[in-house]
Design a protein around this ligand. Structure first.
Ligand code: C2E
Ligand code: MG
Ligand code: MG
Ligand code: MG
Length: 287
């Protein structure tokens, strides 16, 4: 009857609410615990970097590498960047950690430099927070000078969102970095809200096609159409292209046939330690 139904609804409703709220509390306290642990992670030496090769498809040679931050927490073990990078960003810690990553990256590059091509690009991810700091270019200039890193070998990866949030600040900052001789790449291209023609107003060098378009590029007509359009337009705009998340020979063959210049993905190598990277750097080809 109606009363019983009402009672049932109230009861489950309340139970649902309680379950939900307990779950939210657990999530919030885990986040708080991670935040606390992250505040000490640099001094506790829990951070390290991995390097993932980028490959020139025509030759199979490694012509660059992306630097990826790793956190080995004493409490939780290896934590995914998808989990801890947002905490570093929300709290502003990413400004300090980002500079730590760049310093480590430069030192790793210098350790392996002898095995790398002259125009090798070491790609470091930037967060919007670092971008908004205002004095990004001078802080980077300082780190490059301090470590002895050649400016021409550095590439910085930024996202479409960072450009769109404040296009005027982005234009100013990117021009400064570009004038220093640093290469600029758009990361995860296609997932944000910008267009290639809009991107033309920024001094960009590289466009990284997001892995979500590469995954089914050989079987999904829509993904193939998007990838083909990005390749055609970036060629006419003079941008170099790197496909992200290449895992199969089929994807590789598709990209080669459609004259994509570069790629990165597990097919060539996972992100690896500096020692493993040193070994990879001595190979003539990664294909
Ligand atoms: P991202 O910049 O787009 O980096 C590429 C991600 O794809 C990396 O994930 C890499 O490990 C993964 N990946 C590469 N090849 C393959 C593949 O073939 N298959 C699959 N499934 N994945 C592949 P990771 O290391 O988990 O990093 C995730 C994101 O965290 C990065 O995405 C980047 O946005 C952010 N991140 C990582 N390190 C840093 C950093 O030092 N600073 C900042 N600001 N963000 C970082
Ligand atoms: Mg990246
Ligand atoms: Mg990416
Ligand atoms: Mg990504």
């Amino acid at each position: 009857n109606a009363d019983a139904a009402m009672y049932h609804a109230k009861k489950t409703g309340r139970n649902n609410f309680q379950f939900y709220s307990v779950d939210m509390n657990a999530q919030a306290s885990l986040r708080l615990a991670m935040e606390t642990a992250l505040r000490r992670a640099v001094e506790q030496e829990e951070f390290f970097i991995h390097l993932q090769p980028q490959v020139e498809l025509e030759t199979g040679k490694m012509n660059g590498a992306e630097v990826l931050l790793r956190w080995n927490s004493s409490q939780w073990g290896l934590v995914s960047p998808a989990e801890f990078i947002p905490i570093l960003e929300d709290t502003g810690m990413i400004e300090h950690v980002g500079e730590w990553v760049l310093t480590q990256a430069c030192n790793s590059f210098l350790n392996v430099k002898d095995k790398l091509a002259d125009d090798f690009k070491l790609a470091v991810n930037l967060s919007g927070r670092q971008f908004k700091g205002g004095n990004l270019a001078s802080r980077i200039r300082y780190i490059l000078a301090e470590t002895g890193m050649p400016t021409k070998n550095l590439e910085l990866e930024i996202t479409e969102t960072m450009l769109m949030e404040d296009p005027e600040l982005a234009t100013l900052t990117l021009s400064e970095l570009s004038d220093m001789g640093i290469s600029l790449a758009i990361d995860d291209f296609g997932t944000g809200y910008s267009s290639l023609s809009y991107l033309k107003q920024f001094p960009l060098n590289v466009l990284k096609i997001d892995s979500s378009f590469i995954r089914d590029v050989t079987s999904d007509k829509d993904d193939a159409a998007i990838v083909n359009a990005i390749l055609a337009m970036s060629e006419s705009l003079g941008l170099m292209v790197v496909a992200e998340g290449v895992e199969t020979i089929e994807q590789l063959n598709y990209l080669k046939q459609h004259t994509c210049q570069g790629a990165q993905g597990y097919l060539f190598s996972k992100p690896v330690s500096e020692e493993q990277f040193y070994e990879l750097a001595q190979k003539d080809t990664l294909i």
